[in-house]
Each structure stands twice: as structure tokens, then as C-alpha cells.
Design a protein around this ligand. Structure first.
Ligand SMILES: [Fe+2]
Ligand SMILES: [Fe+2]
Length: 275
């Protein structure tokens, strides 16, 4: 038996600035052909949910219209960024998190499917001072310990690292070192079999220490090479993860017919012009 997850990410939806809604609808249409058991959005659901609650409202409405079972975790554009990200546009605070919870429900969760435990976390809570950060850490430790013989698929907005766990770069693209340490502590000597993230707007699949790290592309847009290195495939789309009950798994990039491979540089009204 195979449990199929369609991972969508970085949908960047908004009513006031609906630049990426058509692409989202194309992905929604493509999902009806992939027949996933569950859809998971790994964050940056809204264009600017941390400043405009309307964007969260519209993103929720568009997800409900998909008429598929779905779960979400927040990205930096939904709740604000980690407190240790230099020059963050918006840092996660209690109000921003409360707004997200109001419209999308819990920002961390676990779900059991045959042979697997799916764990979703709010990456932006790490390195912050909210009590919720400690609550989430306790939740993750318990969810990992309780998985027993199940394999774990971790869903998180930001990639854990570029190439390896001991990277010491502090920035906004990957989980920063102290956050990564806090998260991985919960896993002890073991590692999740699958780490599925978004945030970079590129598709990439790598194998590190027995765990597969799959970056979902954005359904909305890609970021030009002048602003971001090319780690993988810069093309809008989504990812299909097939989790089998014998513990094996496979992931693949999926293209939604009708989508346009939009570039954020062509939408200065979204986040301002690119210099
Ligand atoms: Fe994003
Ligand atoms: Fe992001």
C-alpha cells in the first residue's frame, strides 16, 4: 500500500495582489489527476500574511476550494521570520502566530499513515523567545519518541541546511545552526527518513546521512539567478511523495499543465523592486 502526498509550497496567495493565484489554480487542477491521499502546503501560503490578515483569509479560501484533504505549516511570509535572521522583514511574534492559528489551525502536528509518521513544524519558532517554541520542542521530542518503528517524514518550511548538518552560516535561506541543533536534538542519533521543505523556490533532492531532503518548488514563482544561486530546478510546480508501507519511498517533481514559470523580478508590486 502506498500513501500519496502532494506537497505544494510557497503559494504566496493574496486577494489584493493575486499575481500567483492562476498558477495555484492550475496546480489545484493537476492535483485532481494525481489523486493524493493528502495535500501538504509547506509554507509561505500567503503573500504577506504577517502584515495583511486578508492574505491569510484569501489563502484559506483558495485552499478550501481545492476540495482535497490538506494540512499546512507556516512560512516566514505567513507568521514572520526567525528572530536570528539578519534584516528580517518581519520577525515572528505572538500576534502573527495567533493570526495564523486563527485561519489555518495548529502550526505543528503529527499524523500517522501506514508505516510512517508525518511531523509538521513551525520552523520560524526556532531561535525565538515565545513559550510556544518550548511547547513545540516538547511536542517534537514526544512525536519522535512515539513513532517507534514508524519511519518519520518531517515537513518544515526551511531546508535544514545546504549540504550538511554542521554548516555554520547564519542567514535566511536555511534553518540557522542553533535552530537546526534544537530540532535535530529531538531525533537523537536517528534522522528523519524524509525531510520535505520549501522556501527556496527550487526543486532539489539530496541524500544526507540516510535521510532524503526534498525541496519543493514554489507553485507561484522562481527567483532569478542574480538574486539566488541555482541549487536545483527553478521551475514552478509541486512534488509527489509516495510513502510505501514497507518503509520505502519515492519523490518526484510534478508540473501542472497551464502554469507559467513566473519570475519574481517581473512583479515588483509583490515585494518591491529587485535591485
Ligand atoms: Fe516563498
Ligand atoms: Fe519562505
Amino acid at each position: 500500500m502506498t500513501f500519496r502526498i502532494a506537497q505544494i509550497s510557497d503559494t504566496h496567495l493574496s486577494a489584493q495582489k493575486p499575481f500567483f493565484v492562476e498558477n495555484f489554480k492550475c496546480v489545484g487542477e493537476a492535483l485532481t489527476h494525481e489523486l493524493p491521499d493528502l495535500v501538504i502546503n509547506t509554507g509561505d501560503i500567503a503573500l504577506d500574511g504577517s502584515s495583511h490578515e486578508d492574505d491569510l483569509v484569501e489563502a484559506r479560501r483558495l485552499h478550501d476550494a481545492l476540495r482535497v484533504p490538506y494540512l499546512c505549516i507556516p512560512g516566514n511570509h505567513d507568521v514572520g521570520d526567525n528572530a536570528d535572521v539578519p534584516n528580517a522583514h518581519h520577525v515572528l511574534d505572538a500576534d502573527g502566530r495567533a493570526r495564523y492559528l486563527r485561519h489555518f489551525g495548529r502550526d505543528w502536528w503529527h499524523v500517522d499513515v501506514p508505516a510512517w509518521r508525518l511531523i509538521g513544524v513551525n520552523a520560524q519558532l526556532y531561535a525565538g523567545a515565545l513559550a510556544a517554541a518550548d511547547e513545540q520542542a516538547a511536542f517534537v521530542a514526544e512525536a519522535v519518541a512515539g513513532a517507534r518503528e514508524r519511519r518519520i517524514a518531517l515537513f518544515i518550511h526551511k531546508p535544514l541546511f545546504d549540504l550538511h548538518e554542521r554548516e555554520d552560516v547564519i542567514g535566511g535561506r536555511f534553518l540557522n545552526p542553533s535552530s537546526r541543533r534544537d530540532l535535530l536534538n529531538a531525533f537523537g542519533a536517528t534522522r528523519p527518513a524524509l525531510v520535505a521543505c520549501g522556501h527556496v523556490h527550487q526543486f532539489r533532492e539530496t541524500e544526507v546521512k540516510g535521510g532524503r531532503h526534498v525541496w519543493a518548488p514554489s507553485t507561484a514563482y522562481h527567483i532569478p539567478d542574480t538574486r539566488q544561486p541555482r541549487y536545483g530546478r527553478k521551475e514552478v510546480g509541486f512534488v509527489i511523495h509516495d510513502l510505501r508501507d514497507d518503509g520505502t519511498h519515492a519523490s518526484r517533481f510534478a508540473l501542472a499543465p497551464g502554469t507559467q514559470n513566473l519570475c519574481i523580478a517581473d512583479f515588483p508590486a509583490a515585494y518591491g523592486p529587485m535591485h
